[in-house]
Ligand binder design. Structure first.
Ligand code: HEM
Length: 537
């Protein structure tokens, strides 16, 4: 078949001759057609010889002792159609398993060469390598100012400074502990609005309550500002709209990230325009809050200070320009709201589905705190609840793939003999690893018991040291918010189960279908009946 293509290809120049000869007798249309055919023929020829697709031409996948296998995809587009729709983590997992390319698979997204690791060993080598400490920058991330925030800033002095500031002032364990009162407050407000919903409608759609609590929680610790829907409805609505728009823009699959020429012809989601419209709104809101802090004059870096105060109190080399502060603060709101809310929704969906697991969590809570209010200190002593959170992270990792790609800054040789060339986008398919029967026994079963002491899984740390389950990534660019995220989600689940028995809503049975946006969420929001238990707030 390849021979057929080659012989067809050798004729392409014939059609372009009139253009080069400058014939006046032939129609312009014919010239254009000839050029198109020449382009198509060249692309087909290049593609036909490139394992991994067009972006892997010239033997890029064969630089090591062992070559990197992978699908060709389509000429010009590579595997863009496979990844642009549906559940990319599942499609890539099937491709890797089918093509025995679990260790590493090469493919093309238009002109971008990509590798994906679907086994823990290769994943560790990539994530831990200093040559993978950069991230590819999407057009929307750049337009939305994220190139000056932690997640997309290139590896270097500025990025290290931001990580240092964030880990000592926002994510340090003593700071997380100091903000417990705020978490308790947000949770109490959430429980009350859930109780109201239940009384009014007989069922609760949990997502909106979780999103509101997550937004207030992050606004509290980052901006020192909590919103009361009754009084601050306009600013709160504006903030919600901005976060939603930002999620859509950053999560949208933008074809011109991979086919740059398309930018001039086709922008179906109007990404550029929408980013341009959003940025001034973000600047206005965040700058307004920074000004309020400056006027308030309370610039200190104590543990219970908010992050704006901390940033304003920095001096010398650590001092950030105001536009960088806006980017950093905007990113925190952005990252902190989505992930915690959607992970809690997945946990609660599994608990409604598996009533026996929910009962076990409740019994554990009762024996630890009785009818008293649950604190962070209590939560840390609940091994079965921790196991439920780990099992949910395994079955539904919130960032299964795309939100945390890395970029190689030089050729990287792996221990299996493969070489990943410089400027390759690298992904780790955490979903494939956590659903691989060679890594996990009965991977499709939701079984928290695998993480309890008697099963030997209690010590598995999900924060990046064991790549069999690393939903927060690993290495230098591991999620800095992992402790805050885990404390918040565990606290919420404990309170939700302690206060209510959650049973299925018969009109809307639980559906665990996924939708992959910026994170992987439940396609159909969880709806359940929350039967109150008698406990203290
Ligand atoms: C359930 C909660 C969360 C999950 C599952 C999660 C997951 C992730 C993942 C997978 C990465 C990429 C890591 C890598 O490349 O190795 C990441 C990065 C990041 N996350 Fe989280 N995250 C969560 C909560 C948070 C929270 C609460 C914040 C902040 C308020 C946050 C801030 C960040 C930032 C700033 C980065 C970029 C780090 C860098 O590039 O240096 N995350 N997160």
């Amino acid at each position: 078949m390849e021979f057929g293509m080659v012989s067809k290809d050798t004729n392409w120049w014939f059609f372009t001759l009139p253009a080069f000869l400058g014939s006046k007798n032939l129609l312009d249309g014919y010239v254009i057609l000839s050029l198109i055919m020449a382009f198509v023929s060249l692309s087909v020829l290049t593609w036909a010889f490139a394992v991994g697709g067009i972006a892997w031409k010239n033997g890029r996948n064969r630089r090591g002792r062992v070559s990197i296998p992978g699908p060709r995809g389509l000429p010009v587009f590579g595997s863009l159609f496979t990844l642009s729709r549906g559940l990319a983590h599942r499609s890539l997992a099937s491709m890797a398993w089918r093509g025995t390319a679990t260790q590493l698979m090469a493919f093309s997204l238009g002109s971008t060469p990509v590798v994906v690791a679907s086994d823990p060993h290769t994943a560790r080598e990539i994530l831990a390598s200093p040559h993978f400490a950069d991230r590819p920058l999407k057009q929307s991330a750049k337009s939305l100012m994220f190139s000056r925030a932690i997640g997309f800033a290139p590896n270097g002095t500025y990025w290290r400074l931001l990580r240092r500031i964030a880990s000592s002032h926002l994510f340090a364990p003593r700071r997380i502990a100091a903000h417990e009162a705020g978490r308790q407050l947000d949770c109490a407000v959430m429980l009350r609005s859930i109780a109201n919903d239940q009384t009014l409608h007989g069922v609760v759609t949990l997502r909106k309550h979780l999103q509101a609590a997550a937004l207030n929680n992050i606004m509290g610790s980052v901006f020192g500002k909590r919103y009361d829907p009754a009084h601050d409805s306009r600013e709160l609505q504006e903030l919600r709209d901005m976060v939603r728009e930002g999620f859509e823009l950053l999560g949208a699959f933008n074809w011109s990230d991979y086919l740059p020429w398309l930018n001039y012809l086709y922008d179906p989601f109007h990404i550029t325009e929408r980013c341009e419209a959003l940025v001034p709104r973000v600047r206005k809101l965040v700058r307004g809050i920074i000004e309020e802090h400056k006027l308030g004059g309370s610039k200190n870096a104590s543990d219970n200070a908010d992050f704006v105060d901390v940033l304003l109190s920095l001096d010398g080399d650590e001092k950030l320009h105001e536009h960088d502060m806006v980017s950093v603060l905007w990113e925190m709101i952005f990252r902190g709201t989505d992930t915690t809310a959607l992970l809690t929704e997945w946990v609660m969906a599994e608990l409604v589905l598996y009533q026996e697991v929910q009962d076990k969590v409740h019994r554990e809570l009762q024996s630890a705190v009785g009818n008293n209010s649950v604190t962070d200190a209590d939560v840390a002593k609940l091994p079965y609840l921790q196991a439920v959170i780990k099992e949910t992270l395994r079955v539904h990792p919130p960032g299964p793939l795309l939100s945390w790609a890395r970029l190689s800054t030089s050729d990287v040789k792996l221990s299996n003999g493969m070489v990943i060339p410089a400027n390759t986008t690298a992904m780790v398919n955490m979903w494939a690893i956590t659903h691989d029967s060679r890594v996990w026994e009965d991977p499709l079963e939701f079984r928290p018991e695998r993480f309890v002491e008697s099963a030997g899984g209690a010590d598995l740390d999900v924060r990046g040291s064991d790549l069999r389950l690393a939903p927060f990534g690993a290495g230098r660019r591991v999620c800095p918010g992992k402790n805050l995220g885990l404390v918040t989600v565990t606290h919420w689940v404990a309170k939700l189960v302690h206060h209510c028995k959650w049973v299925p809503d018969k009109a809307n049975p639980i559906d665990l279908s996924e939708v992959l946006k910026l994170s992987c969420e439940m396609k159909h929001p969880l709806s359940a009946v929350a039967l109150p238990r008698n406990v203290l707030f």
